[in-house]
Design a protein around this ligand. Structure first.
Ligand code: ZN
Length: 241
């Protein structure tokens, strides 16, 4: 029963630059295994999950094929595994290692979407992040957006080397959260505290995704496409230059 599995400590929230960790198996179920803590980011808010592998005490490797939050209890994170899971049992200690190249690309691109939000004053209606590109959908009836101008402005913000800070506020502070949720990218996943991402005051919003700590790490980017998806919907696609 997944509901009896303890909450997973989300190490990717507090240590987004770590690549390896130790953990204990606390749950086995249809969705895979749950651990007491994990660095593996679960799919959510337009950001794909981390991939990687576990090293078991006997030295054998098990591939992590997918990571997701429990649909009923969002505080539990499940790791979907490849072959070689027979030896797994509750209480087993293992090492985890995430595919860092993939995660770091997601961190860079995700942070860049926050910069895009700071440049476009419209509600966000959709978000999708991949390893080499990302897109946001804006509720914007009149499009005054230009590719070259957005590319220029984004790269200016990258070059300003702005600090990206995360802080937690109580979820009771509803009004404050609502006022900042205009451009919600990856909503905080579960109750308790809400994580705010603040890029030098230019973009402040609740977000449960992973970010780089300074905009210079994003590197050069390109606004690849601006599409009209419907009367109100403008889709902006970014790519690493
Ligand atoms: Zn974010």
């Amino acid at each position: 029963m997944s509901s009896a599995v303890p909450a997973t400590r989300a190490l990717f929230d507090t240590a987004p630059y770590e690549r390896e960790f130790s953990a204990q198996v606390v749950g086995l179920g249809a969705l895979g295994i749950a651990l007491d803590q994990t660095l593996f980011y679960p799919v959510g808010g337009g950001q794909p999950c981390d991939l990687g592998h576990f090293v078991l005490p006997d030295g054998s490797l098990v591939e992590v094929l997918g990571v997701q939050r429990d649909p009923q209890d969002r505080s539990t994170i499940w790791h979907q595994l490849g072959e070689g899971v027979d030896a797994l049992a509750i209480g087993l200690q293992l090492r985890g290692k995430i595919d860092w190249e993939r995660r770091y690309q997601h961190m860079r691109m995700h942070t860049c979407l926050h910069l895009l939000c700071s440049l476009i004053d419209a509600p966000v209606t959709g978000c999708s992040i991949a390893v080499d590109k990302a897109r946001l959908d804006f509720d914007l009836p009149e499009s005054t957006l230009e590719r070259d101008s957005l590319t220029l402005q984004l790269n200016e913000l990258v070059e300003r080397q702005l600090e990206v800070r995360a802080r937690f506020i109580g979820e009771d502070d509803d009004q404050a959260i609502r006022s900042m949720s205009r451009t919600l990218i990856a909503p905080p996943a579960f109750a308790g505290a809400v994580r705010l991402i603040d890029i030098a005051g230019l973009d402040i919003q609740p977000c449960g995704g992973t970010h780089v700590s300074n905009t210079r790490e994003i590197g050069q980017v390109l606004c690849e496409r601006i599409e009209k998806k419907s009367r109100h919907n403008r889709r902006v696609t970014l790519r690493f230059a």
